[in-house]
Design a protein around this ligand. Sequence first.
Ligand code: ZN
Length: 231
Amino acid sequence: MLELLVIVMVVSVAILLAWWACYGGMAGPIDWVMHTSVHGDRGKQQVALTFDDGPDPARTPALLDALAELHVKATFFMVGASVDANPALVARIAAEGHEIGNHTYTHRYLPMARSKMVAKELALTDRAIERATGIVPTLARPPWGGRSPKTVRTFARLAKRMVLWDVNSFDWKGKPAADVAQRVLERARPGSIILMHEARDHGEVTVEAVRLLVPALRAQGFDLVTVSGVV
Ligand SMILES: [Zn+2]
């Protein structure tokens, strides 16, 4: 009985350590060793809004309308399968001056995947984005920020800049837009990369939060730029 308890405890601690090492929501040991960047230049009053998991025909057009009205260029980390399903929408995102990044083809958790599979996920998405826009992205973000030293090396081998984040909006949690915007405002620093989503159940909250957030960030002296503008 005691042995079983010890085994359960050891396994639990191992899982917690693995999560801590691989989760992208904070700069962890992998970033310290592999020099992965979770934010841009801390010396510039600039932040970058990033939107993951699209394109989503039910959500993205309203987000694009809001960004156009606010004169903000953002960065979209898109899922290759959704790009293939909605090429015209992806073409609109590019035509409106936003930056596009690779977020894998199937939104797979990469630390458990073989390097060959990681490379395939990135290559399929590159091709989908290129078909839709004529552009091959140089930025890529692993789903859930999950990365191991092996993942980081595969991204580098394929000339992808791995982009994580230092401010998580938690816009998917179903909180009111004002709370989402306030959370980001309290945490944004020069060079921050802000994580939001364009394709979740609470997509309308994200759009509303963006409308609150952009003027408030500007009032704090921040310029809003794409990820390439901040790193
Ligand atoms: Zn994602």
